[in-house]
Write a protein that binds this ligand. Sequence first.
Ligand SMILES: [Fe+2]
Length: 655
Amino acid sequence: MPSVLPRRQGIKPTIEALCQRLGSQQLLHSNLTASTKDKNMKLLPFLGLVGLASSLASNPISFENNLNYQSPSRRHENLGINIPLVFRRSLKRGAVPYKPSELQFTHGVASGDPYPDSVILWTRVAPSAASDKSNVTVEGTVDLYNHETEQYIKADANPICADWKVWEAKSDGSTVAKGTAYTTSDIDFTIKVEAKGLKPFTVYNYQFTICNSNFTSPVGRTKTSPSPADNLDVIQLAVFSCSNYPNGYFNAYGNAARKDNHDYVIHLGDYIYEGNQGGKRAHAPAKTIFTLYEYRTRHGQYRTDPDLLLLAQNSPWIATWDDHEVSNNGYRDGSSALNNTEASFRADGRMISVDQRKMNAVRAYFEWMPIRQVDLDDNLRVWRSFKLGNLVDLIILDTRNYDRSITSLGWNDAYIELIRNEASRSLMGSRQENWFYRQLSESAGRNATWRIIGSQVIFSGAEGAGTDTWGGYLANRNRTLKHLYDENIGNNIFLAGDSHQNWVADVAWVGKRNYSSSTGVGAIGVEFAGTAVSSNGRAGPISSANSAAKTRVDQNAVLQWQEGYYRGYFLLSATREKITTQFFGSPTVSTRNAWELPLANFTVLSGQNSLARPVAGAKVEAGFANGGTTTGTNLTLNTQTGKWQVIGFDNMYIS
Ligand SMILES: [Fe+2]
């Protein structure tokens, strides 16, 4: 049995250990370094030796192809998995590789973060749907990602090999990109590869196959992004947030997948929830999650919902996190239920610190989501941007975990009220904030028609005085508005989730710049903040939710439509002339069903910087629109059959 190795050892001692074990000191290069490229090069001489030492056809290059072995940060390599060590373990005498028939693609396929010439492909291939027991080695207060224990090595000496291939959907099926990748329990048997050499704005199919077998994954479908200079007619986005598994079924995902009216899925966060909720879709594991094993298991559970699997299989996702991917009301140093104090560490955190928990959550997120590792200087960076032709610049923010100043945590709300306007407070940290303003300027500078900003929390102030939104960081909000107004940057569309209700508002600097609520003149953009896929919103009956919406719209100058009863999502379509959005309601998430209720449609004309009037054509299905009427028709589409029917449900959630 290999001995336990020293903590946080670098690459060089590992390779030395490999040489010693194989009696090949003469092969050891004198100047091994830790960079990824160098690792590949320096390991090449070992490949012939490996062929003699083991029938296992793994090699370090194919481990490197699986991005999940890498650190979430390219500049923090120690947060990654030590590939030479995994490789060495695979050479263990007596190891019996898995037969293909012992393996399964446990959680479908997914793709994401489209570039003009590449896209991320994801799957998981494993002997079991469960996250490997070996993960218990990172429970408690042991070294993060240190798997070098006897129990761990016993658990999984054998890398699993999968080939993947990509072909153009409209083609004869000829492979245009392919590769081989290995996975092990170190990364919870996930596989994440970058398919390169693709054409812009093109639909591709892809599939994984267990090496040397006919065992295949489902066929996935994905799409590259346009090139930055491409003149597109239209881009369509399906926008989601807040999918709480025990609360209800992810019908919104399935409806969007079946209708198939989008190029890309945007998920603004709360893709998982960290709590311990019971019921017929009770959370697994049955506890509030803190450890890496627990976050992985939670991700695995969410990725069993058939509608999530369908949307993941058929669409590229661009995802970012909100608080619940880590913990409720998170900020850079804690959350409502885990404060950065010894007392909280002991009583609330099961002796797991705020930072350690965040790292566990981040690693599981990177393993289980088809997200790129941004070129970054720390492992928390998911803020990034996508140039979708010269039509849209999509700017994805992290307004939650990256570097957010303290937020309301339940026990400190009076304090946050006192400091909410301090100039030093930032929702995103100065580094991200400067990047954000630069992105806005550069987007305007290259004459992209629209700037679409994916925030988690609501920007416009539509929700009122909440402090766990941009409203708790007024200086950051004002700096953003000042930048947009001073630089004369228009056609700004903010997206938000987090609130579990629908809010559509003009983005205006009320009190600083003239703004007319009736015409929209003076605004600098529009915010579309969507309801939740399944998380709790405003309780019924619908009539009381509608009257609450009217009160809110009447009391808030920028707010033009509010609706709190329905779960759902919205579709956004961008052309040169206008943005249109269609909000859809799931009339119940207490069962898995294909019912979808159109709630309201909105238009933003290019150059107008506010919602077109009359708002929503003066007619909405639910909630309240400024100057409009609300008519609850319950005329609902079955996205499975294509049939329309007047239908209603008494119960929204799994009780
Ligand atoms: Fe949420």
